[in-house]
Each structure stands twice: as structure tokens, then as C-alpha cells.
Design a protein. Structure first.
Length: 598
């Protein structure tokens, strides 16, 4: 267990928390500085290349050669000033809202529950720190950095907090010549920077802060007051950049779907630097998905955004140089749908209009503004991927098909048929509030674009999500999928390898698996092709499956490298990490040759 110290953390009392459990002072007086600190582990076999400070680490300065399309979040100064009188009043009002008007009652927004075990944030950043390989050896071809994004709230929540509400933190394992070093840094978003300078939270939690009209009105009014008094400047965004990363056009972007991407880079020593909010030379003026798709053959990127007002869906793409092409608004999406991911083929972009969407009636009744509608028939929309408008878009009813993530899609029969593979969430009504009740069944959906006939094939009955493929096969017919085993979601107790070619016979397609062991949980696996740049004729599964795994028995985190071709996903190497890496969302591996181009 981590050694922690924080007066604010002590507001939590559950034994499951990784925090100290001293009772809080019963006061509504403003918390002037709730910055939390984490001490390094007392016993470690690692060597620190830079001293770990128990104080906060200042954000890296923005480079002097910042491209014009990068919007600086704010001043890089980290010096705190005493709160103004309005700030003290607003903080008191915030405490009143969190204590009396909308306290965190439901488990899905109760910080004691949401931030328990290894969902708890690490309490400061970690400069590049050397790690020890404790089993096997890191393959020479594994040369680059595995970087994973995830929520890590800068301040312990005062009120309701959902898993999706945390500030984005990147955990990067730089691997070179068989050695590894870990670095953990916040994405220096506008929200992070303003709140760091203030010393307290300024922005409401988007996912958890607007349940019910009263809470929404109270937090909305407080937010408006902070804006009017200049505490908060929304013109630089309010996103968390906590969901994923993508590399294209020699740019590495940290993504969250409520804002523009943030451009980041790794320095030569493995440190992570936030360059700034990135708007593609002014052409992306609103948010974009955290799951863009990269065609590795063409270098193009495909993306979208969705929202609560028409057009509820907007599709767009970027050419191989990263130049954004014009928006394609999709007005045939007639209701706002929770559209977290999509798929591409060589000819099409594919969207799922699912039963989860904006639900104002539920909100009036005191529920979440995002909810499920069991009367809605799910649809799949198919649009030519180079479409300039939606005139050729077709929609197909696929009842009960509710996906949050897509895995892949491809064309069959000269593009007259498409096949899409994705985890279909059964009991979708639990998606946001009772994730532990989710069961996601991976399906292959085959759509004849001419006849409209839809066929569905179960791939595995297990509870699987956070699935990845060999990135060279995005949009192309592929055979192998590596998926996390929910036990329950969002905890991942192992990884399975699926062979999609078995799906047409209605067999379970699992061909290999590795469970992490009692009390050990990972996250999204990632497939790294072995020597991809030099080995163009390699088999699809010639490579490694990697993941961070945390042992809740010992409080230690590891990085696993598994042989993707072996029937048991044999361990090739295990790296002991110098510090806990919290459970998170999506990551990627960036080869050294690509890191040098960023
Ligand atoms: Fe996702």
C-alpha cells in the first residue's frame, strides 16, 4: 500500500481506501489548499534518475517553438495566490451544495466507492524513474514507449465524482535496449492549470455534478459566477484529456471527448511534456472523439464529435499531413446518442446509434442527464468515408446492439457488405451507474448494404471489452483480437486472444488467454507488432501483448509483456514499477522511430 499523507484525504473512512482515515474537521470553511501528496515507497529496488519530490512537480514549460495551432492553456506559473473574497464565498457555496443539496449518495458518484482500491489517484507526478525487470527480459524489438491515459483527480472530490471525471494523467513506460523507466504526468489542461494555480477545484464534475434540476441549477449558477468574476475562462476549454492517446501526422495527442485534443511529447529522458491544446490550425473548433481511427496504409485519420444539440453527430477526417477536412454534419441522427467510438473500413465510416442518450425527463426526476431508452431500436449508420455530405448514408436497424467501443470493421464483396466486430453491452441501462453489472458480449455484425439484411455472430460469451487489434489492420479484415476480461467491469482480471475466423461456425473464438491471478487486475491490453517497421510480411499476431497490472494484495504494479502467438500468452518479461499505476482507460505503444518525429 502506498504511504500517503493528506488532510483532505482523511475525509474518507472506508478501510478499502488507500488513504489515511483520520476524521475530517466538521467545518464548512473553505479548503484553501487540498493538494494531496504521496510519499515514495519506502522499500524499492529501483534507482531514481531524478529525485522524487514529495511536493508537487511544476508543469513543464511550454516549448518556445510551439506551433501556431497549439493554444497555450494558461500561464505556466505554478505559484499560488491567496484566494480572493469571491473565491472564498464560492468555495463555501460549493461546500454547501456538496453537503446539503447534492451530496454523493449513489455509489456510482461516491468518491469513497469510485476511488477505492487502485482506482485511487496517485498523489503527485513521477519523473522518469528507472524500473527493474524482475522476470524474463524486454525484447530488443520493444523499443519505444507504452503510454496509458486515465483519470487521476488533482484534488480529492468534495462532492459527487464519477470515474470519468478525473484529470487526465499519462503513465509512460519508456523502453530502450532492454531497460525501462516510468514517468507519470498530468496532461496540463486548461482546467488542471487554472485549478492548480488556484489551489482548489473550480470546474464542476461534468458526469456527476448535474444530476437533477436542483443540483444542476446550483452548480450552473456557481459556475456562471466563477466565469463572471474571471476565476474560470472557458475559452481555453474545460476538458480533462483523460481517455486515450493517438499518434498521427507526427503528433501525439491526449484525448477526451469533451474538448480539443492536447498535444504532448516525450523528451529524450522519457519525461512527458504537454505542448498545449491543439486545434489543427484553427480548423477544429469543438470537441472530437477520443477514439479516432488511423488508416496505417494511407496515414489518414477519421473522427467525429457528438453532442446534445443538432447535428447530434458530425463526421470529419484528416489527411495524411494532419490537415482537417470539412465537417460532415449527420442530421439523420435524429436523437442525441452516447457515441463514444466508431469504426472505419476502406470504404466506409460506421456509427452505432445506441439506446443510451440524453435523457432530460430522467434529469428532471433527479437522475442522470444521460440515460438509456429501452424503447429505442439501435441502428448502425454507414457513410462513405470520403463523403462530403450525408446523402449516401444508410441506416440499418440492429435491435439490442449497444456498443460503447468498436473493435474493427472491414469490407466484404467489393464493399457491398461490411462486417463489424464490437462488444455488445447487455443490460445497457447499467452502463454509467452500475458498471459492475455490465456484461459485454463480443459480436460480429454482417450488413448487406444492398439488401439491408443484418446477420449477427457471437464471438465469445465472456464479459469482454477494452479490445485491441494489430493497428496495421484497422479498417481491414483481421483475424485476431486481444480483449480484457471484465471481473467485474471496469476491473480487468485477464486478457484473451480471439480468432474471429471461428465466428462463422458459432464457436467460442477464444484461442489463448492469461489471467493475472487472485487480486491482480490490469486494464486495456495493447498489441505491439514485433519489429513492425522492418517486418512488413509478419503474421498478424507476431508481436507482444502488453499491459499494466496491479496486485491489490501487495499494492505493487507491474508491466507485463506477453507473447501474442503463444497459446497461453506466455510472459516474456515482467517489469516491477517503482510506484502504483492506477487503473485507467486507453493507451498505445509509440515506437522509438515515431517518438523521434514528434
Ligand atoms: Fe473508450
Amino acid at each position: 500500500m502506498d504511504a500517503l499523507s493528506s488532510s483532505f484525504l482523511s475525509t474518507f473512512s472506508t478501510q478499502k481506501l488507500l488513504y489515511r482515515t483520520t476524521p475530517p474537521p466538521p467545518s464548512l470553511s473553505p479548503i484553501l489548499n487540498v493538494r494531496i501528496e504521496e510519499k515514495p515507497q519506502q522499500t524499492t529496488t529501483t534507482k531514481t534518475t531524478q529525485p522524487i519530490s514529495t511536493s508537487t512537480t511544476p508543469p513543464p514549460k511550454t516549448t518556445s517553438q510551439t506551433p501556431s495551432s497549439i493554444r497555450s492553456s494558461s500561464s505556466s506559473s505554478s505559484s499560488k495566490v491567496e484566494p480572493s473574497v469571491p473565491a472564498l464565498i464560492f468555495n463555501a457555496l460549493d461546500d454547501i451544495i456538496n453537503t446539503f443539496i447534492d451530496p454523493p449518495i449513489k455509489p456510482s458518484v461516491d468518491p469513497k466507492h469510485v476511488l477505492s482500491q487502485n482506482f485511487a489517484p496517485v498523489l503527485n507526478e513521477l519523473p522518469p524513474t528507472e524500473c527493474k525487470v524482475i522476470q524474463g527480459s524486454l525484447p530488443p524489438s520493444l523499443n519505444g514507449a507504452y503510454i496509458r491515459n486515465g483519470p487521476n483527480p488533482q484534488f480529492l472530490p468534495r462532492g459527487p465524482y464519477h470515474l470519468f471525471d478525473g484529470d487526465g494523467m499519462l503513465h509512460s513506460l519508456r523502453i530502450s535496449q532492454g531497460k525501462a523507466s516510468l514517468c507519470s504526468r498530468y496532461v496540463k489542461t486548461n482546467k488542471y492549470t487554472l485549478e492548480r494555480e488556484a489551489g482548489f477545484p473550480l470546474f464542476p464534475n461534468v458526469f456527476s455534478g448535474f444530476n437533477g434540476l436542483t443540483a444542476s441549477a446550483a452548480r450552473g449558477a456557481l459556475s456562471a459566477a466563477r466565469i463572471l468574476t474571471g476565476q474560470v475562462d472557458l475559452s481555453n476549454g474545460f476538458g480533462l484529456a483523460n481517455t486515450s492517446l493517438v499518434l498521427f501526422a507526427n503528433r501525439l495527442l491526449a484525448l477526451g471527448e469533451s474538448d480539443l485534443p492536447y498535444s504532448v511529447k516525450l523528451s529524450s529522458n522519457g519525461d512527458i511534456e504537454t505542448l498545449g491544446r491543439y486545434d489543427f490550425d484553427g480548423k477544429l473548433f469543438m470537441s472530437m472523439t477520443a477514439h479516432p481511427k488511423i488508416d496505417s496504409d494511407t496515414g489518414e485519420a477519421f473522427a467525429f464529435r457528438y453532442g446534445p444539440v443538432p447535428p447530434f453527430l458530425t463526421y470529419f477526417r484528416f489527411d495524411k499531413n494532419g490537415v482537417k477536412q470539412p465537417d460532415v454534419p449527420i442530421f439523420s441522427m435524429t436523437r442525441p446518442s452516447f457515441l463514444h467510438d466508431f469504426a472505419i473500413t476502406k470504404k466506409y465510416a460506421i456509427f452505432a446509434d445506441i439506446q443510451i442518450g440524453m435523457n432530460p425527463l430522467e434529469m428532471i426526476a433527479g437522475g442522470s442527464p444521460v440515460g438509456s431508452d429501452p424503447s429505442k431500436v439501435s441502428r448502425i449508420g454507414v457513410i462513405p468515408r470520403y463523403a462530403k455530405d450525408e446523402s449516401e448514408m444508410k441506416w440499418f436497424d440492429v435491435p439490442g446492439f449497444n456498443i460503447i467501443h468498436a473493435i474493427n470493421a472491414w469490407d466484404e464483396e467489393d464493399g457491398n457488405v461490411i462486417e463489424m466486430v464490437a462488444p455488445n453491452i447487455l443490460s445497457v441501462e447499467h452502463t454509467l451507474e452500475r458498471m459492475e453489472l455490465i456484461h459485454a458480449l463480443v459480436e460480429k455484425v454482417r450488413i448487406d448494404l444492398n439488401t439491408g439484411i443484418v446477420k449477427r455472430y457471437p464471438i465469445s460469451a465472456r464479459n469482454l471489452d477494452f479490445a485491441v487489434i494489430n493497428q496495421a489492420y484497422v479498417g481491414k479484415k483481421n483475424k485476431y483480437v486481444y480483449a480484457g476480461v471484465g471481473d467485474p467491469m471496469p476491473k480487468i482480471s485477464g486478457v484473451v486472444k480471439l480468432d474471429l475466423s471461428k465466428g462463422d461456425q458459432r464457436e467460442d473464438c477464444t484461442v489463448a488467454s492469461r489471467m493475472y491471478g487472485e487480486g491482480c487486475y490490469g486494464g486495456e491490453p495493447f498489441f505491439v507488432a514485433r519489429g513492425a517497421a522492418e517486418n512488413l510480411d509478419a503474421e498478424e499476431d507476431d508481436g507482444y501483448v502488453v499491459s499494466y497490472v496491479h496486485d491489490e494484495n501487495t499494492g505493487e504494479s507491474r508491466f507485463l509483456v506477453m507473447d501474442a502467438k503463444s497459446p497461453n500468452l506466455d510472459l516474456v518479461a515482467t517489469v516491477k514499477l517503482p510506484r502504483r499505476v492506477p487503473y485507467g482507460f486507453h493507451g498505445l505503444f509509440v515506437a522509438e522511430s515515431d517518438l523521434n518525429k514528434i
